[in-house]
Design a protein around this ligand. Sequence first.
Ligand SMILES: Nc1ncnc2c1ncn2[C@@H]1O[C@H](COP(=O)(O)OP(=O)(O)OP(=O)(O)O)[C@@H](O)[C@H]1O
Ligand SMILES: [Mg+2]
Length: 252
Amino acid sequence: MSKKIATGITGLDELVGGGIPEGRVILVIGGPGTGKTILCSQFLYKGIHEKQENGVFVSLDESKDHFYSEMQKFGWDFRKLEEGGKFAFVNATRMSRVAMLKEKLYKEETRSLRGKQLSIDKLVEGLQTQIQRTKAKRVVVDTLAALTYRFPDPIERRTAIVDLIESLADLGVTSLVTTELGYLGLERNAVEEEFLVHGVIMMQTLFSGGTTTRAIQVEKMREAKVNPSLVPYSIDRNGIEIFPNMPLFGEK
Ligand SMILES: Nc1ncnc2c1ncn2[C@@H]1O[C@H](COP(=O)(O)OP(=O)(O)OP(=O)(O)O)[C@@H](O)[C@H]1O
Ligand SMILES: [Mg+2]
């Protein structure tokens, strides 16, 4: 049994049986605007503040300045943590959509497998350097969905994601990795990453009776006795809070 890591998100540790298992890779999956980035950042911020466990955030879709200013709204001063050597931001947006479109237009040859493979290797190398420098225990990769543009071919994409997830597991850190929810008609479409990771946390926005409700569910967590219920959560200026004992709809 692995040691359990406190997530820093009120209510989440209760759902996952006391915390997420140390050294593992957990997938946070959800639709746009469900709070994936906030949840992951809260995990890093609280880890540093409450557990003295430093962290690294790898962003595949937003710049450092944008991330810092968004997180400042919750009172989370990541710039200060970076200056204090407790946090590092790895900007991997060059692998993202806009960069890909530019590359596609100007540099067709970088789309060769070697070029792509090199970029995942480079990303992991950069991450490893930052983990060593900050002595990080927690890592976030946000978001695998950005790799869709980098690797339009499903087999190449799968190889890239397997490489990334295996590398994270080898780095000796506890990781949260985000991706987007896919739908097939009304049914949720399982994404391949779900089979590769140790645990899966799903976030969604439900529509019922003219109102919307945010709901979260631990779909899988190896080595743990989880509460598999779909339960409500909120986002406010303090971040994310989960309510494991509150009914999803109806009285509050
Ligand atoms: N202070 C706040 N009070 C209430 N809701 C907030 C607050 N700040 C942000 N939100 C909500 O948080 C959501 C955005 O969170 P976040 O960026 O983490 O989502 P995400 O799942 O990462 O989205 P994306 O798929 O676009 O990356 C939005 O729905 C926004 O309305
Ligand atoms: Mg996000």
